[in-house]
Design a protein around this ligand. Structure first.
Ligand code: DLL
Length: 435
């Protein structure tokens, strides 16, 4: 079993943890009310004051925060400190509108580095490791977050940044990298390239993968582990809240431990906004408890998951967040049926002959939604005789239809045809007219 970075906070008895959360919540509410006009207005509208919150149960009285609040206050309007106290700025671009700008004080950077050190340690990384970071260095929080966390642990960091897969592989070979950091889809791109050029992953020193930034299935984890011969771990976060470091796998890989002393988590029904009982699947809502520059109250992440409060054999007492099903705004509605790309991925990865690359195309014919899934198949299937290929295709369509509850047309494409991504993968092309 791996070490625990911050035993005091990761293994706190729940009662103590809740007391700490309440104290930190009250401080956060005061800071936000005093320094952020948007929050002062929201509180006034609801007729409440920070001192009205005496217990964690009263959290539900507080207003939600959404990405729109951040956009409306672009770029610095939600900051709770003057810019001179901000030592770092990152931003995350959404699919529409302006980017969301986030800031960190010196203390925020320290908190962030320690949170990343927590999940890296939980994944088995130590100061003896050589950590290769393939996230793009820039406004994205992924690279700098993992970089500072790895340095905090005392590991050796190789900031290769994103792109140039051949160079990444050469560095991995020459510098004897032991830990690979990036998106899970990029890990598969690396595995594919190694296969293509005949490099045996067993000859590398890699042993752990820290993957995050996008949803990925258990089937994809198995695929990465068996092809790169590493332990593939998941970690979750979002720029608005801090970046990577919100939650991460321990060695049991049965849900990601969420840093509850730093973030208060709720699960709500995204339609009614009502808080759901423990264990329910719904939208994750997070309140920051220690952030100085950008405190956020009940931030709607749009990520669909559930929280598991049962004890984990690793000894950490923090709640475990299940792999996300995707984002509520990524959910496709096909002929009225809710479909998550992750459900399609689970089906495809379990079928022999499907390669781990796929694209979902949604279109409309008249008033009818059409769901098409383009999948890369191995050469022997792609070049197989028509009859056998037809049978394979029908089998995949049947499996998809029975899992999703709605019909899907499958198109087999030859290896290498689906576009590869160095950062977050783009799985869905929605051609339907919006609005
Ligand atoms: O992706 C932060 C991050 C970087 C996390 C590197 C982990 C590793 P954003 O660009 O703001 O921040 O995107 C946040 O990405 O709301 C989720 O929808 C998705 N996401 C991030 N990590 C995971 C994960 C970073 N492990 C959005 N599983 C989030 C599923 C994830 N989705």
């Amino acid at each position: 079993m791996s070490r625990i970075w911050d035993v005091e906070h990761e293994c706190m008895p729940r009662e103590e943890l809740e007391q700490l959360q309440l104290e930190r919540l009250q401080a956060t509410l005061n800071r936000a009310y005093k320094n952020v006009t948007c929050y002062r207005n929201k509180f006034k509208e609801l007729g409440i004051l920070p001192e009205d919150i005496h217990s964690l149960a009263e959290l539900t009285k507080l207003p939600f925060t959404t990405k729109d609040d951040l956009r409306l206050n672009y770029p610095y309007g939600m900051f709770a400190v003057p810019l001179r106290e901000v030592v770092r700025i990152h931003a995350s671009s959404g699919t529409t509108g302006k980017a969301t700008v986030v800031g960190y004080t010196k203390n925020d950077i320290k908190t962030w580095s320690n949170l990343v050190a927590r999940f890296m340690t939980a994944a088995g990384v130590t100061h003896d490791d050589v950590v290769q970071i393939t996230f793009g260095y820039g406004l994205f929080t992924g690279a700098f977050g993992l970089h500072y966390g790895a340095e905090t642990i005392g590991a050796s960091v190789i900031p290769t940044s994103s792109g140039n897969t051949d160079k990444q592989i050469a560095i991995m070979q020459d510098y004897r990298s032991t830990v690979l950091v990036g998106t899970p889809s990029y890990a598969l791109t690396i595995a594919d390239r190694m296969e293509q050029v005949g490099i045996d992953p067993k000859t590398l020193a890699l042993r752990v993968g820290l993957f995050g930034g996008e949803p990925w299935s258990e089937a994809m984890r198995r695929e990465i582990e068996s092809r790169l011969f590493i332990s593939a771990t998941d970690n979750y976060g979002l720029s608005e809240i801090i970046g990577p470091g919100v939650a991460g796998d321990c060695s049991y890989k049965d849900g990601m431990h969420l840093a509850e002393d730093t973030f208060l988590a709720e699960i709500i029904d995204p339609e009614s906004c009502r808080v759901l009982p423990p264990g329910s699947v719904g939208e994750l809502v997070l309140t920051t408890l220690t952030k100085e520059a950008l405190p956020l109250i009940r931030y709607r992440t749009r990520d669909i998951t559930s929280l598991d409060y049962s004890p984990c054999p690793c000894g950490r007492t923090t709640v475990r967040m299940k792999k996300t099903m995707g984002r509520s705004d990524d959910m496709l509605i096909i002929k009225g049926v809710n479909v998550f790309p992750s459900q399609i991925e689970e089906v495809l990865f379990a079928i022999e002959g499907c390669r781990p690359h796929y694209q979902i195309v949604v279109d409309k014919k008249g008033a009818m939604d059409l769901l098409e899934v383009d999948i890369e198949v191995t050469e022997n299937i792609f070049f197989d005789e028509m009859k056998r290929q037809r049978r394979f295709l029908e089998m995949v369509e049947k499996k998809l239809t029975s899992t999703l509850g709605v019909g899907a047309t499958v198109r087999l494409v030859e290896p290498g045809r689906i576009p590869r991504h160095e950062g977050k993968a783009v799985r869905v092309v929605d051609k339907r007219q919006k609005g």
